[in-house]
Design a protein around this ligand. Structure first.
Ligand SMILES: Cc1cc2nc3c(=O)[nH]c(=O)nc-3n(C[C@H](O)[C@H](O)[C@H](O)COP(=O)(O)O)c2cc1C
Length: 212
């Protein structure tokens, strides 16, 4: 469904590997997203390790990430599974993102954002890591798309689903990703409409108070 309004989606991968299959998922999502008027932009997660001492002068790379997240309508996570959980690279980025640095902002830039999860890894397709991330997102007050879930097994009996550069080549997985993005676009629009209706209602209550 096309609505004539392009939605900005900030995508967070999980590892810094040049042939990362999770970055490959983001690239594939970026290609498919245009159909649903989603503009998907990958965030650079090559950030210093979080250290509260660095907050005296927040690193430029962190501020850049905050700006992208602040301007985004939603967040798409591509979750790698490391030792049955999320990677340190992703957790580090989330820890930085969970702080409030931008002028005029009262909350961190992930607050109240719609989000969706996908991930590629070993036999369980990153399901364990994705469920850990869901828990993290509760604290961040994000609104996650429940289903469809996307757990991609990187290695299959028939061969890899990604090429040597980490690009997604498997048609079945591409179709699943497409279905997930369709649902995600609808989810983002639903929440956006709800927020706008709430703000409008609040505004008319305030106006009435002023008039009376
Ligand atoms: C330290 C380490 C721990 C890992 N632990 C898991 C794991 O618990 N479950 C799993 O499915 N894969 C695990 N893997 C495999 C990664 O999920 C796999 O290498 C994946 O492709 C990494 O994501 P990337 O391609 O986006 O860099 C692990 C890999 C490393 C290096």
């Amino acid at each position: 469904m096309r609505c004539g309004q392009v939605l900005k989606v900030a995508a967070m991968g999980s590892t810094l590997r040049s042939a990362s299959v999770n970055q490959g998922l983001i690239r594939a999502a970026s290609g498919l997203g245009a159909k649903y008027e989603l503009e998907i932009v990958a965030i650079d997660l090559n950030l210093p390790l979080f250290n509260a001492d660095l907050e005296k002068e927040v690193p430029a790379s962190v501020l850049e990430m905050h700006k992208i997240l602040d301007e985004a309508d939603a967040v798409l996570f591509a979750v790698a599974e490391y030792n049955y959980s999320i990677s340190s690279v992703l957790k580090n980025a989330i820890d930085w993102a969970s702080r409030t640095y931008l002028e005029g902002r009262k909350s961190h830039p992930l607050f109240s954002k719609p989000a969706a999860l996908m991930g590629a890894g070993g036999g369980m397709g990153t399901s364990r890591a994705q469920y850990h991330l869901r828990q993290v997102c509760v604290f961040l007050d994000m609104h996650l798309l429940n289903k469809p879930e996307l757990f991609v097994q990187r290695w299959t009996g028939a061969g890899e689903r990604f090429d040597e550069l980490g690009n997604l080549t498997d048609e079945t997985t591409l179709a699943k990703l497409d279905t997930m993005l369709d649902a995600f676009a609808q989810w983002i629009r639903l929440l956006k409409a709800g927020t706008e209706a709430r703000d409008k209602a609040r505004c008319s209550v305030e106006c009435e108070k002023t008039v009376n």
